[in-house]
Write a protein that binds this ligand. Structure first.
Ligand SMILES: [Fe+2]
Ligand SMILES: [Fe+2]
Length: 180
């Protein structure tokens, strides 16, 4: 039986989602350094969400009896010139991740892996949201550069973000699989 390419791509996707978490945690540290704790909070929440994304792929592989091989994590930048640049980098990163999800859908289609489809469709929708959020904040920060004080209003607004752990997440519960 030939090894399915879709499983290798999903295994890689665990890494990409964890790299997203790593990147956003680095951005959180950058925002704390700038005294922008609201933006830092937004990024901390985003980093949690990315861990959740990684676990979706991790659990999918486990549930289908596939091995998971974790890979080293790397991020390209550890500092940014401005909040706007950081959010523009976040937007560019999410566009890259969307490309990855589209590739996974294509591979699953080619291999007629119908079992992967519900999860991949969830990610297609999620990426629309991720791109919309980061591009909108980047846009607001571009506007804010023209208006003094606007940066701090955006910072306050982003500081209200919270994260409720979705019920299927097994990071804490520990029992593998998506559950009943
Ligand atoms: Fe993600
Ligand atoms: Fe999201």
């Amino acid at each position: 039986m030939k090894a399915k390419k879709i499983f290798a791509e999903m295994n890689d996707q665990v890494k990409y989602e964890l790299e997203s978490a790593y990147l956003y945690l680095q951005m959180a540290a950058y925002f704390h350094e700038q005294g922008l704790d609201g933006m830092a909070r937004w990024m901390r929440v985003q980093a949690l969400e990315e861990q959740h994304h990684a676990m979706k792929f991790f659990d999918h592989l486990v549930d289908r009896g596939q091995p998971v091989t974790l890979q080293p994590l790397a991020i390209k930048a550890t500092s940014w010139k401005s909040p706007r640049e950081a959010f523009e980098a976040a937007y560019a990163h999410e566009q890259f991740i969307s490309g990855r999800i589209h590739l996974l859908v294509e591979v699953a289609n080619t291999e007629k892996d119908h079992a992967a489809m519900p999860m991949l469709h969830w990610f297609l929708n999620e990426q629309i949201e991720e791109e919309a959020n980061t591009s909108k904040i980047a846009q607001q920060l571009r506007q804010a550069e023209k208006a003094g004080g606007a940066l701090f209003m955006i910072d306050r607004e982003l500081g209200t973000r919270s994260f409720t752990i979705p019920p299927e997440v097994t990071i804490v519960a520990g029992a593998g699989g998506a559950g009943a």
